[in-house]
Design a protein around this ligand. Structure first.
Ligand SMILES: C[S@@+](CC[C@H](N)C(=O)[O-])C[C@H]1O[C@@H](n2cnc3c(N)ncnc32)[C@H](O)[C@@H]1O
Length: 305
């Protein structure tokens, strides 16, 4: 029994990773069509937080259709986009054929230590089966002093009405759907959780910055919210896909009701806030593998100058 439980626990991240991989293989174009207008709003603050400018070497992890990589290249950065979904990479290469994209797992990056000045992850960390392992990988591939910046959606509520409305409608009206257990969707929406995770991976957590980005998702009608998540999301997409027509009608009605305060004529403007976190890999006192080393007094004095 104990062994069975241990096996179940150790296979959970693989099951979740396989689920996410399959979801992003099937829903890449739906994601691109529905989510572009909201996810691109975070890009410039994300690149600013990571210190991306001309000449900076950048890995954009979970790059999806390449929006962040393209914006970084426009700043003059030397960027590679990495994603584990071949369908996402096909979209990225079709849209931005002049940029470099590589297939790879954020949990096991195909790069040597100290390869990059900066790493960005836009709405990717919430999809990783083992986000803490991904942060350790980011730490490894960053040069000392390098920066990480990543985004998550704000917790459902007035600042993130889009998620509040869709989650409330699904929770109230959907039949239960068994999904492989995965990390919480809003795990990186709190400054404290981000700091702890960054510290555990070796980053300078005291100097980490977490801030709220107020964003608004403009959709043609309330029904588009359900369509967007059905065609362009992983966990919620799977829950929606498994519902009967009657359940979908009830979900749709609840979404229309929830969107009522956000109607602007026939359209809706939904607050869809974002939490942006950034931190640095310490510049001194680290070995190639990120472990602490004791610097001699002379070296410390030199660093202070
Ligand atoms: C919500 S999309 C975000 C895409 C993009 N960053 C953007 O801003 O539009 C999440 C992306 O994470 C990718 N992803 C999830 N888990 C991954 C992993 N372990 N390694 C690499 N990519 C991963 C998915 O394939 C998908 O492209």
């Amino acid at each position: 029994m104990a062994q069975g439980l241990a096996e179940a626990a150790s296979s959970a991240p693989q099951d979740f990773a396989a689920f996410e991989h399959e979801a992003w293989t099937r829903r890449a174009s739906g994601y691109c069509a529905w989510f572009e207008s909201i996810v691109v709003q975070a890009i410039e603050p994300l690149l600013d937080a990571a210190g991306v400018r001309a000449g900076v070497t950048l890995a954009d992890l979970a790059c999806g259709p390449g929006f962040v990589a393209a914006a970084a290249a426009r700043r003059g950065a030397k960027v590679v986009g990495v994603d584990f979904s071949a369908s996402m990479l096909a979209l990225a290469r079709e849209r931005f054929p002049w940029l470099c994209f590589e297939e790879g797992d954020a949990l096991d990056l195909p790069f040597p230590d100290h390869s990059f000045d900066a790493v960005t992850i836009n709405f990717g960390i919430l999809h990783f089966a083992e986000p803490h392992r991904a942060l350790r990988e980011v730490f490894r591939v960053l040069r000392p002093g390098g920066s990480i910046a990543f985004t998550d959606w704000a917790r459902p509520g007035p600042e993130n009405a889009a998620y509040a409305i869709i989650l409330a409608a699904i929770d109230a009206h959907a039949d239960p759907v068994p999904l492989p257990p995965g990390p919480p969707l809003f795990q990186f929406a709190s400054a404290g959780a981000c700091r702890r995770a960054l510290a555990a991976a070796g980053f300078d957590a005291a100097g980490a910055d977490t801030r709220f980005l107020p964003q608004v998702w403009r959709l043609d009608c309330a029904d588009d919210l359900l369509q967007a998540f059905a065609e362009g999301s992983a966990r919620l997409g799977a829950r929606i896909a498994a519902q009967s027509p009657a359940r979908l009608d009830a979900i749709r009605a609840a979404i229309r009701e929830g969107c009522r305060p956000y109607l602007q004529g026939s359209k809706v403007a939904l607050p869809t806030g974002v939490v942006l976190t950034s931190a640095r890999k310490p510049r001194v006192g680290q070995t190639d593998h990120g472990s602490d080393v004791l610097l001699s007094a002379t070296e410390r004095a030199g660093e202070r100058r």
